[in-house]
Write a protein that binds this ligand. Structure first.
Ligand code: UD1
Ligand code: CA
Length: 491
């Protein structure tokens, strides 16, 4: 049976999170491309609640700004003073008004919990006709958690917080995960009767269970077999553990969908990354944001890709790419840096020690070595000689260069924008191109070479260079050899 839509999911995120020792709100710490709160909200959305409410308090400016940017479907309710989890929910109900039907409450610091599990909680709640249903699990070390006191009928009598528990209760290893389904009206009535008479001096949400039982209602539990999924995050050690587990889950899902991951232990993939079957990810690679790999794309070793698309059969090796599009059969790296707005067409190549930005590189064109291409458009089948720079910035403005198709830019060229090089044109090595080059022309824009014969022997006498020069002169004198031929152009 499928669960009905809850009236609301209330996410508790007002606590201080002292143990994170951070200026950043605990729930905004990131794992796998999303904040902890973002993961909880994603699970909550799986229930399609009518209202998605986040209780904010500590560092609320950060949290509300984050919600406005990443979760505009969520409404923030301010809890001015952190009077406990019960106080947080009571404040919320006062603010949003009466909620009839099922109300789900979840802690904001359980990033591994899946939407399916929350849905199963709601199903149990409805199937059993409970006033309250608590998500529980059995863990080896229950220290710090609320313990589940089971009733004879299999339901629950109470949740006892660790601080308030006696030795017998502390021996219980079934704990309250911190996720609940309630009947909205009964929750409201019970919260009005929650007191602060406990070791924490706070209004405990967990006390609602015993209150509802005393009223003669049924409270139940939905037990999660895999306690790892319920792990909460209170410090940066637990955050790293949760990140590791979540990454394992994501990487495994990609492998099951046909992606080859050579070394899952050194591969990090964000939740929103997509990849087609037979994409290949090599060790030491991180795929962030909305990165997408097409079928047969090979990425890594040692790549960091953010919001980058890699086409079918393309290869990216030892590269950092952000906001780039690598066309099918294209190749990138090793040691390349593709910045936003880089677009490589089919079969294009960006090689070693090359940086690109706002650059369209046409089909089959090559930028093989030691080059910066910024704010440029390069047609098809062109080649950019080693060690060239697209000079795009005059200190005030960024300007564009346009290189046509089948152009050969010589090595060590400065392409000074704005400039256009027509189809089929050549430029000589070492040129500084400041004027447009028409199609089919050869542009030579460098000083003419001046050669001063015998200079080294005269001006650097006694050096190994002068000695070497003398030996050549003497041998040539004996053999009556010719001078050097024409210098090679090197374009
Ligand atoms: C809570 C439960 C405990 C459970 C554990 C699971 C209570 C009384 N206890 O304990 O049974 O085993 O979670 O992790 O609920 N928060 C607010 N406002 C407040 C206080 C807390 O929004 O005034 C938020 C926190 O930001 C956090 C969540 O509520 O997201 C839980 O609060 P926390 O103080 O961590 O509760 P625990 O002591 O861990
Ligand atoms: Ca906690």
């Amino acid at each position: 049976m499928s669960a009905s839509r809850p009236a609301a999911v209330i996410v508790l995120a007002a606590g201080e999170g002292t143990r994170m020792k951070s200026r950043t709100s605990k729930v905004l710490h990131e794992l796998c491309g999303r904040s902890m709160l973002g993961h909880v909200l994603a699970a909550a959305r799986a229930l399609e609640p009518e209202r998605l409410v986040v209780v904010v308090g500590h560092r609320r400016e950060q949290v509300t700004a984050h919600l406005a940017e990443h979760a505009p479907d969520a409404e923030a309710v301010v809890q001015e003073r952190q009077g406990g989890t019960g106080h947080a929910v009571r404040t919320t109900l006062e603010r949003v008004g009466a909620l009839t039907g099922t109300v789900v409450v979840t802690n904001g610091d359980h990033p591994l919990l899946r939407g399916e599990t929350l849905a199963a909680l709601v199903r149990t709640h409805e199937d059993e006709g409970n006033a309250a249903t608590v998500l529980t699990t059995e863990i080896p070390d229950a220290t710090g958690y609320g313990r589940m006191v089971r009733a004879a009928d299999g339901g629950i009598d109470a949740i006892v917080e660790h601080k308030d528990a006696d030795a017998a209760q502390r021996a219980i290893n079934e704990i309250n995960v911190g996720m609940y389904a309630f009947d909205g009206a009964l929750l409201e009535s019970a919260l009005k009767r929650v007191t602060t008479e406990n070791a924490g001096g706070e209004e405990y949400l967990t006390d609602v269970v015993a209150i509802l039982r005393a009223d003669g209602h049924r409270a139940g539990a939905h037990l999660v077999a895999d306690w790892v999924e319920t792990l909460g995050v209170n410090d940066k050690v637990q955050l790293a553990q949760a990140r590791r587990r979540l990454n394992d889950r994501i990487v495994e899902a990609h492998m099951r969908a046909g992606v080859s991951v050579i070394d899952p232990a050194t591969t990090w993939i964000d939740v929103d990354v997509t990849a087609a079957p037979d994409a290949e990810v090599h060790p030491g690679t991180q795929l962030h944001g909305r990165t997408h790999l097409e079928e047969g794309a090979r990425v890594g070793p040692n790549c960091t890709l953010t919001d980058t698309r890699v086409g079918a059969g393309a290869a990216v090796v030892n590269a950092v790419c952000t906001g780039a599009e690598v066309g099918p059969e294209a190749s990138v790296g090793p040691f390349a840096y593709l910045r936003p707005g880089t677009r490589l067409a089919r079969g294009a190549k960006v090689g070693t020690y090359v940086e690109t930005k706002n650059a369209e590189i046409g089909e089959g064109s090559k930028v093989p070595h030691l080059t910066y291409v910024g704010d440029a458009e390069i047609g098809a089948g062109s080649n950019i000689g080693a060690s060239s720079v697209f000079v795009n910035y005059d200190g005030v403005r960024k300007q564009r260069s346009v290189i046509g198709s089948h152009v050969k830019i010589g090595s060590d060229n400065m392409i000074v924008a704005p400039v256009t090089v027509g189809d089929g044109a050549y430029t000589a090595a070492g040129s500084v191109i400041v004027q447009n080059v028409p199609a089919g022309a050869m542009a030579v824009a460098r000083a003419k070479q001046r050669t001063i014969e015998g200079w080294v022997e005269r001006r650097r006498a006694g050096t190994p260079s002068a000695e070497a020069a003398r030996r050549v002169r003497e041998t040539e004198g004996e053999q009556g050899a010719d001078g050097a031929g024409e210098p090679a152009d090197g374009a």
